[in-house]
Write a protein that binds this ligand. Structure first.
Ligand SMILES: Cc1ncc(COP(=O)(O)O)c(C=O)c1O
Length: 430
């Protein structure tokens, strides 16, 4: 083991030992679960049985009268205060649909945060466009102050990714987009149910996307959705997700088709998925209220800790509360916190669920599925460099913040234990 690592590990172990010299806060480990699945009940069962018994698992036709996906789209659009919603097979598919709807392609650049999920990067590259990374701030989201310096005449869109339930500073992102005539894609994969200044995330930019995968607020295991207020974007999205055509029910929503066929993919949601996410969208507010309540109890219980600095929340009322994170000033101190919390049987960790993409080897190497891929053929595509040296602030922030994940099903004893463990460990690590 390298000496520095060894010293850190030894220090962490000694803090863990001294913090729990008495009795650990919990006798058994506390673990957050998969939110949406914990709320599965007869509602999801009934929806699934409907599809099964009607023998109509395809959204557009079948022996019965399919309509789950369509109904989900209707209710999802209403909940997200958007004119249109489209159900798709995943959040990754939703991003590709959004990028295609905005006609982003070769020669275009898209600004996205250095800390986000692979799908954000791959959606841009698969369209033949060039991803340009911006540093994050202590909200763990794109730093609006870092965006303008990255804009070139080829920049077409900003991807505002609302990570771990925390909305981006949308006033600033939207002002920059307006000033430079850029489109805004909101990636709400990790934040369905969050809002910014009273508006659901996803409804503020040009187009918003969500994931319905198991780690997300509501879920059918896999699934995704796209929302927009713009009929042209909706028509392009619907066409791209369904081989380029426009089916009757979506044509009815639009009044008339105004575009022609385009080559598209097949990202159609099945009726089984549609049924489950229909039951789940009706529970979204219950789930979010429960997580928020628990996160607030934890925050209230630790906010007076001396010198405590928390994750930046651009709209504390709209944040979901997926985790409560503290700034420990250094990576070493944060590592000591995480190790000592484990000894208390209250798991803690660094921010998770995303990757520092500019440091990921295939990104650094600018790998594509074909050597002639357009993304990196332009002069700027050829010269652009990724790597840790391009995002030092992102690496620093994610190294020094640590926190605890919050679950909607935690009871008062669980949140009391989290508070007790944080207070005990915070004092012990000095
Ligand atoms: C920020 C973000 N965007 C997009 C996705 C892609 O969603 P999916 O897993 O449903 O394809 C994820 C998934 O974790 C995500 O975290």
């Amino acid at each position: 083991m390298k000496r520095r690592k060894f010293v850190t590990a030894a220090a962490a172990a000694s803090v863990a030992a001294s913090a729990s010299e008495t009795v650990p806060v919990r006798s058994t480990p506390l673990r957050a679960g998969f939110w949406g699945t914990q709320f599965y009940d007869d509602k999801e069962r009934a929806e699934l049985l409907d599809v099964l018994e009607s023998r109509s698992p395809f959204r557009w036709y079948g022996p019965g009268k399919p309509g789950k996906v369509l109904q989900f789209e209707k209710e999802f659009a209403k909940r997200m205060q958007s004119r249109f919603a489209l159900g798709v097979t995943s959040g990754t598919a939703a991003l590709q649909v959004a990028v295609a709807a905005l006609e982003i392609g070769p020669g275009d650049e898209v600004i996205l945060p250095a800390w986000t999920w692979h799908s954000c990067y791959s959606a841009v590259v698969l369209a033949g466009a060039l991803p340009v990374f911006a540093e994050i701030d202590t909200s763990f989201n794109i730093d609006p102050g870092a965006i303008e310096a990255l804009i070139t005449p080829r920049t077409k869109a900003i991807m505002a990714v609302h990570l771990q339930g925390n909305p981006c500073d949308m006033d600033r992102v939207l002002a920059i987009a307006k000033k430079h005539r850029l489109r805004v894609i909101e990636d709400c994969a990790q934040s369905a149910g969050a809002s910014y200044k009273g508006r659901p995330v996803g409804s503020l930019g040009d187009i918003g996307i969500y994931s319905l995968q198991i780690n997300k607020t509501i879920t059918a295991g896999e699934g995704g959705a796209v929302v927009t207020n713009d009929p042209v974007l909706f028509e392009r999205a619907s066409r791209f997700h369904d081989l380029g055509g426009l089916r009757g029910p979506h044509q009815d929503l639009l009044g008339k088709a105004s575009l022609d066929w385009i080559p598209g993919a097949n990202y159609r949601m099945s009726e089984f998925t549609g049924g489950v996410v229909l039951a789940q969208i009706r529970k979204l507010d219950t789930i979010v209220d429960a997580v928020r309540g628990n996160a607030r109890r934890v925050h209230e219980g630790v906010r007076d800790l001396e010198g405590a600095k928390f994750r930046l929340l651009p709209d504390p009322a709209g944040e979901i509360g997926a985790g409560v994170f503290l700034d420990f000033g250094t990576r070493e101190r944060c590592d000591r916190f995480v190790a000592a919390m484990k000894a208390e049987n209250v798991g803690a960790g660094k921010p998770g669920g995303s990757a520092i993409l500019p440091t990921v080897p295939y990104v650094m190497a600018k790998k594509t599925i074909h050597p002639g891929w357009p993304s990196f053929q332009s002069p700027r595509g050829k010269s652009i460099r990724y790597g840790p040296e391009t995002c030092p602030r992102t690496i620093d922030i994610l190294g020094r913040f640590g926190g605890v994940a919050i679950d909607p099903k935690y009871g008062r004893k669980d949140t009391d234990d989290i508070v007790a463990a944080i207070r005990k460990v915070y004092r012990a690590i000095g």
